[in-house]
Design a protein around this ligand. Structure first.
Ligand SMILES: Nc1nc2c(ncn2[C@@H]2O[C@H](COP(=O)(O)OP(=O)(O)O)[C@@H](O)[C@H]2O)c(=O)[nH]1
Ligand SMILES: [Mg+2]
Length: 335
């Protein structure tokens, strides 16, 4: 008879193989992180802790590409891949697209097959569309990103959304890139109203559509010109065509510039620690509610935003979560 643990991977072996960039190992790791069985959670925590110690000296740029369905996020991602591959960079893509369970991931796969070598070891694509319920999936996107960051120079997360999305990409990515659909005023309204988290790069795709694309570009430039004055990073608004390949080099250059902007200010690691803290906080809130989390904070005598101080560099998010959870349960049992 097979028991659960027979089917689970060895965490040390898995961490080594993922760090070496072996694609089947990465696929196994992402499945493990999605596995809710308690035995699997333990192995996943161990795996993440071991992986943290193996982080490679990659460029390690986590890029979030977001925007409404059909704006061309997948097309844009596949147009960027050859540029990165030509520079010798390894690229991982995580497509989280609950709105189009099959077409999103399938389309990306098809396009990539056309443009890059089928068995290019330097590209890894995983679609989370249609797997389990959305809330469950979104919870594990951060640990999945950590796995991808350990081995790829560039990791792209593609999500649908304009700020209220289940998966808040801006709370995960080094660089957030918003793709607007020509002729749709929604994104501009969201920007103006402050509903949408301010992206680092704004892209109007489908410039081959002509007038509609030019109008959207001008509207967004007008809407953001005021918004960002005084900001240190000035948000570029770019016009591209994913299908014709125009403007893609410029987009790749702006993505690089933003990464360098963060890196020269030593902002990448602290931001990621903050994202990890927020991920843990969100999970604790799901389990214990806001009241429980407030109690935990009182007990730890730390301000809401100070929770990130509890999270050391390179710690496994699952282990951190479990240790905070244990403290909370202890406090409750004592009261
Ligand atoms: N005309 C034109 N169509 C595009 C362009 N980029 C994407 N599309 C089309 O827009 C549709 C949606 O693209 P997709 O990449 O799946 O969008 P996503 O839902 O944001 O990932 C597809 O039919 C694409 O062929 C572009 O630059 N120009
Ligand atoms: Mg898509």
């Amino acid at each position: 008879m097979t028991t659960v643990s027979d089917t689970l991977p060895d965490p040390a072996e898995l961490a080594s193989s993922v760090a070496e960039g072996k694609r089947p190992a990465l696929a196994t790791a992402l499945n493990l992180l999605d596995d809710r069985r308690p035995e699997a959670r333990k192995i996943a925590a161990r795996y993440l802790a071991l992986l943290a110690g193996k982080r490679q000296a990659t460029r390690s740029h986590l890029i979030g590409i977001t925007g409404p369905p059909g704006a061309g996020k997948s097309s844009l991602t596949s147009a960027l891949i050859p540029i990165w591959r030509n520079r010798g960079l390894r690229v991982g893509i995580l497509a989280v697209d609950p709105s189009s369970p099959i077409s999103g991931g399938a389309l990306l796969g098809d396009r990539l097959r056309m443009k890059t070598s089928f068995d290019d070891e330097g590209v890894f694509i995983r679609s989370l569309a249609g797997r389990g319920e959305q809330g469950g999936l979104s919870a594990e996107v951060w640990p999945m990103c950590l796995s991808m960051l350990a081995t790829f120079d560039i990791t792209v997360i593609e999500t649908v959304g304009v700020g209220q999305s289940e998966i808040d990409i801006a709370k995960m990515s080094d660089t957030t890139c918003f793709v607007a659909q020509p002729g749709s005023g929604d994104s501009i309204q969201f920007l103006k109203a402050g509903i949408m988290e301010i992206p680092h790069i704004l892209v109007v795709n489908k410039e081959d559509m002509g007038a509609a694309a030019r109008k959207t570009l001008m509207d967004i430039r007008a809407a953001t010109g005021r918004e960002y004055s005084g900001e240190e990073w000035s948000v570029p608004v770019l016009s591209v065509s994913s299908t014709q390949g125009s403007g893609i080099e410029e987009l790749a250059a702006q993505l690089d510039l933003h990464h360098d902007w963060l890196a020269t200010r030593n902002l990448i690691e602290p931001r990621r620690r903050q994202f990890q803290a927020e991920w843990i906080l969100k999970r604790l809130r799901q389990e214990f509610g806001s009241f429980g989390v407030a109690q935990l904070q009182t007990q730890l005598q730390t301000a809401h935003s100070g929770l990130d101080r509890l999270i050391g560099e390179g710690d496994s998010p699952f282990e951190q979560y479990e240790s905070l959870r244990a403290r909370l349960l202890t406090a409750w049992n004592r009261d």
